[in-house]
Write a protein that binds this ligand. Structure first.
Ligand SMILES: CC(C)(COP(=O)(O)OP(=O)(O)OC[C@H]1O[C@@H](n2cnc3c(N)ncnc32)[C@H](O)[C@@H]1OP(=O)(O)O)[C@@H](O)C(=O)NCCC(=O)NCCS
Length: 325
């Protein structure tokens, strides 16, 4: 019998690393404040000319290599991002062209930080209809283009990175046991970018401030914990797995204090929780697939592990997936 499995993973980020000390030079902040409040020490920031597809293609090629799947054999590309190269064509179509994945269908998933797990959810359901499909799920951002470097309340938190996974249905492999999602549009103004859409189109009076991320950090914090716990419990129930059976957690990397509170709620030691926020900051839809790829590469997750991945983001959106590695 075939199951939906993760066949390969990959990740990529700009070479340019910006440390907290670098930020101290351009805004009223300190390494001490950033580390204490967020756990972030440095982040990758794209240089002018670097765009989403550059890193998405690199992550995708690694995932395809690990999977032993040719780009030409992809049937579907799902790109979770809010920072595509262009508003049109979609990020997935840009990646399709660069990979030469000629027979694939490409589409974007707009769910902010939850974009990758939302993509996994869509892939899971496609595969249940057609188990012969090879699906590339990408998640990530060049979110730095939406940062106001004069706003210390947001600029220090985010970074650029992209991850990818190839999923398919096989008799053996790293099983995707369940994926659950949720959203609440009523909370949309807690984390948003005002402009570039049809509500605030670009006119000659367009204010660049409309392109920046705006956030109510404290309120987000509360919703983050509550919704990640709720959606994780749903994903575990659907997978038929108890919290006791979970051996590793890969959480959204938005804030170290949120990660630690989540570990406490789930009664798991921090040794079982994957953390790379210190090196990446919050790469939005990139956090989960980049962390998954690094967890695989470093053998943080190994065959036999039951892995819970959980995320929240703008929308608000949230999602969780359970893997049997
Ligand atoms: C953003 C966050 C780190 C702020 O931490 P906090 O403890 O809530 O801090 P506050 O916003 O209350 O600010 C406390 C003080 O630090 C100051 N401050 C804010 N950013 C600062 C910075 N980068 N450097 C130094 N001081 C800063 C504030 O101005 C405030 O000063 P005041 O007390 O003089 O008014 C935290 O709320 C958070 O992480 N929230 C979740 C955000 C998130 O996850 N977003 C992504 C969703 S996908």
């Amino acid at each position: 019998m075939k199951h939906n499995v993760i066949l390969g993973t990959g990740s990529a980020a700009p070479d340019n690393v910006v440390t907290n000390a670098d930020l101290e030079k351009i805004m009223d902040t300190s390494d001490e404040w950033i580390v204490q409040r967020t756990g972030i020490k440095s982040r990758h920031i794209a240089l002018p000319g670097e765009k989403f597809s550059d890193f998405a293609v690199s992550a995708a090629r690694q995932a395809l290599d690990m999977a032993g799947v040719e780009a030409a054999d992809l049937d579907l590309i799902l790109a979770g991002t809010i920072s595509p190269d262009h508003i049109m064509p979609s990020a997935a179509c840009s990646v399709q062209a660069l990979l030469g994945a000629d027979k694939a269908t490409g589409m974007d998933v707009c769910a902010a930080c939850s974009g990758f797990i939302y993509g996994l959810s869509i892939a899971d359901k496609y595969l249940k209809c057609d188990p012969d499909m090879n699906i590339l799920v990408i998640g990530g951002e060049i979110v730095s283009h939406h940062l106001d470097w004069e706003d210390r309340t947001t600029a220090v938190l985010f970074g650029d990175a992209v991850g990818a996974a190839v999923v398919g249905a096989r008799a053996d492999g790293h099983r995707l046991l369940s994926v659950e999602t949720g959203s609440d549009g009523n909370l949309g103004r807690l984390l948003y970018i005002e402009g570039l859409g049809s509500a605030t189109p670009v006119t000659k009076d367009f204010d660049i401030d409309n392109t920046y991320i705006k956030m109510k950090g404290r309120e987000i914090f509360k919703h983050a914990i509550k919704n990640m716990v709720e959606v994780s419990n749903r994903a575990l129930a659907r997978a038929g797995v108890t919290l006791d059976q979970v051996t590793k957690i890969i959480p959204h990397q938005a804030n170290m204090r949120i990660i630690e509170m989540l570990a406490k709620q789930f009664k798991k030691p921090m040794d079982d929780v994957f953390v790379n926020i210190d090196r990446y900051g919050n790469s939005s839809a990139g956090t989960i697939p980049v962390a998954l790829s690094e967890a695989v590469d470093t053998k943080f997750i190994e065959p036999g592990d039951i892995v819970l991945m959980t995320v929240f983001g703008g929308g608000l959106t949230w999602a969780a997936a359970v893997l049997e590695w």
